[in-house]
Ligand binder design. Structure first.
Ligand code: SMG
Ligand code: MG
Length: 369
């Protein structure tokens, strides 16, 4: 099958609650949506790049530039029956994994719809429900942090991750342990520390955390390996694992005991499955990360989370934590047991609300062969 038309939309949605990491605070999310038209079918993808090059070097503007100028022409020239051929077809373009993933994941949705089967099955997943956790950002006060965590625990989520940075770390974790006891708890530093902070990070060993996510630099492996030797708490890598090879090298170096998989960071589903498999072969569990996705990217993530080595609750949570209304109907919901049902209809298996997408659209471009 050939693609007849690729549509790009830059959209902006206000967040229900601001989200603060060690990079700063955001109140809304602007992102690119991809719509593919082929053989009378339509398929969707979401680019997880943001406006700023802080989590990753990519931004909405770089993704728009790279998709329109370099990736879309290659995708339009390809027979997309096998979505595994999309990432290799982009090989001449270095980096820009988020831009690549947005197209590649839409091609998987297209294939699944063409076969009339749910995306999870095409990806090789089997679960009917996935375990859901939450990522709670830095707040204005410990009381605000505690009240957010109370809300999430009451909603049933299976683990809580809090964002940390120098000045909002040991005391914040101590407060959470004192108020909530032995809940499944982890922290994410988004690369805010260096090896000079090893003592401070080692002090977190006292709190029985499930893991510490990406404490050191975004492109670092060797310092994480040195740090892991000092810590009892497992290190989970996020930013540093941008490819199957990076996963293999990080595991071989002893830089992590857990890996966060985000297909946007890794270049799509095929590469993410390869990372999943490398980790499985080494006994390293993975979980699915989040990038404040709308329901479109969120359902893609739900489908990938059905693969067997996703054995820890991910950052894939209910729509209502992010956008009300979401761009899909019905929104993603979490059950009282902290699980999310995997859609069973063809493709991503949810209906995109085109009116809402239209109202949120800031820029539009269509590309044809
Ligand atoms: O989607 O709930 C979500 C956000 C999860 O913490 C989250 N993402 O480093 O894992 C991470 C961050 C990256 C996003 S920063 C905008
Ligand atoms: Mg992270």
């Amino acid at each position: 099958m050939r693609i007849d038309r690729i549509e790009l939309r830059l959209v902006r949605l206000p967040l229900v609650h601001f989200f603060e990491t060690s990079f700063g605070r955001v109140h809304d999310k602007a992102f690119i949506l991809v719509r593919l038209l082929a053989g009378g079918l339509e398929a969707w993808g979401e680019c997880v790049a943001e406006e700023t090059p802080y989590y990753s070097s990519e931004t909405n503007e770089t993704a728009w530039h790279v998709i329109t100028g370099f990736l879309a022409p290659r995708l339009l020239a390809l027979d997309v029956d096998d979505p595994r051929q999309v990432f290799p077809a982009f090989r001449a373009v270095r980096g820009h994994n988020m831009a690549k993933a947005a197209l590649e994941m839409a091609a998987w949705d297209l294939r699944a719809r063409a076969e009339g089967q749910p995306l999870s099955r095409l990806l090789g997943g089997a679960r009917a429900r996935i375990a859901s956790g939450v990522s709670v950002g830095i707040q204005d006060s410990f009381d605000d942090l505690a009240s957010k965590i109370r809300t999430e625990l009451d909603a049933g989520y299976r683990r809580v991750k809090i964002k940390i940075k120098p000045g909002w770390d040991i005391e914040a974790v101590r407060m959470v342990r004192e108020r909530f006891g032995p809940i499944p708890l982890m922290v994410d530093a988004n690369a805010a520390y260096s090896l000079a902070d090893a003592d401070r990070l080692a002090a977190l060993d006292a709190f029985d955390l499930m893991m510490i996510e990406q404490p050191l630099d975004y492109d670092d492996v060797s310092d994480h390996a040195q740090l892991q030797r000092r810590l009892k708490t497992p290190i989970c890598l996020d930013e540093s694992v941008h490819s199957p090879r990076a996963a293999r090298d990080a595991i071989a170096a002893g830089a992590c005991r857990v890996v966060n998989i985000k297909p946007g960071r890794i270049g799509g589903f095929a590469e993410s499955i390869a990372v999943h498999d490398v980790c499985a072969a080494h006994g390293v569990p993975v979980w699915h990360g989040g990038m404040l996705e709308s329901g479109i990217g969120r359902t893609h993530n739900i489908h990938l989370s059905t693969l067997p080595n996703f054995t820890l609750p991910g950052d894939v949570a209910a729509s209502r934590r992010y956008f009300v209304p979401d761009l899909i109907d019905p929104p993603v919901d979490v059950a009282a047991d902290g699980t999310i049902a995997v859609p069973t209809a063809a493709g991503i298996g949810v209906a995109v609300d085109v009116d809402r997408v239209g109202r949120a659209t800031l820029r539009f471009e269509a590309l044809t062969p």
